[in-house]
Design a protein around this ligand. Sequence first.
Ligand code: SF4
Ligand code: SF4
Length: 320
Amino acid sequence: MHATLPLLKVTDFPAIKRHKLETLQVNLGYLCNQQCLHCHVNAGPKRKENMVLETIQQVIAFLQKHRIKSLDLTGGAPEMNPHFRTLVVAARELDVHVIDRCNLTILSEPGYEGIAEFLAEQRVEVVASLPCYLQENVDKQRGKGVFDGSMVGLKKLNALGYGKANSDLVLNLVYNPTGPVLPPSQVELESDYKNILQEKYDIVFNNLFTITNMPIKRFGSTLISKGQFSEYMQLLRNSYSADNLSSVMCKSLISVDYLGYIYDCDFNQMLDLPMRKAGKGKMHINDIKVDALQDKSIIIADHCYGCTAGQGSSCGGALG
Ligand code: SF4
Ligand code: SF4
């Protein structure tokens, strides 16, 4: 049971509009082999919500019809959707760049052997969460044994060529703070990660993305239960940087839920703030007219301050 989050009141976050659509971010379901404390989708091993084949085919039909640069697959653990490979293969045949948001431990999970090799064959970019290079911090946030499992996953990816110099297999890591604070400088932290992972574990990767924790779902509930919600919200507001507003990810991305409904971003999806048709019903991927999306107003609420605070935050890390 999660506490109600006080985010959906009228916000003073500045109005923003869409630009050209470049990325389709698809949430393949909430099933995950992990159950992390900061998870903004409340994913876990007992969740039953998964995108069915019919909806996967609707996503493929959308990609066939429109020239979209990137397909960004998320979850849960997207690889746990039984139609994951079907979607990836179809997108790559259309020459769409595919990103897999991978939790790393799934690569060693029984029943998912061969996923790393499949990703390499399909030239899929891997974006993997690793909230710290210290075992204690990772296990505290993501669960016991997750750090060791992550190192095994990273070594597997490196052995396939991911993250290596002169390889086109891209491996990016994601850092998010373990508590209610903003991430440190992305440039400096990336350098620390590179040095420590290389020296201690002989692991290499391309870039580190620092992402601000959103005060929603499991992380938001934790803040409320510890009495830290208002303080964290105030931190996000006080750290507002107008420079980040021009590059928030919702300007060029739409997020699709496991049922095929669409949202301005993954966070709006989790807060059940769908994009709406003229008749006010929820907009489905089958309803999208890409040209009509341009200049459409984006649905905003107080959580949007999470994207503009400090150095900014998006699925691709700091903004600007
Ligand atoms: S944060 Fe990622 S790995 Fe952790 S429970 Fe959520 S979806 Fe799974
Ligand atoms: S939370 Fe979503 S809608 Fe709000 S600024 Fe960030 S990406 Fe855009």
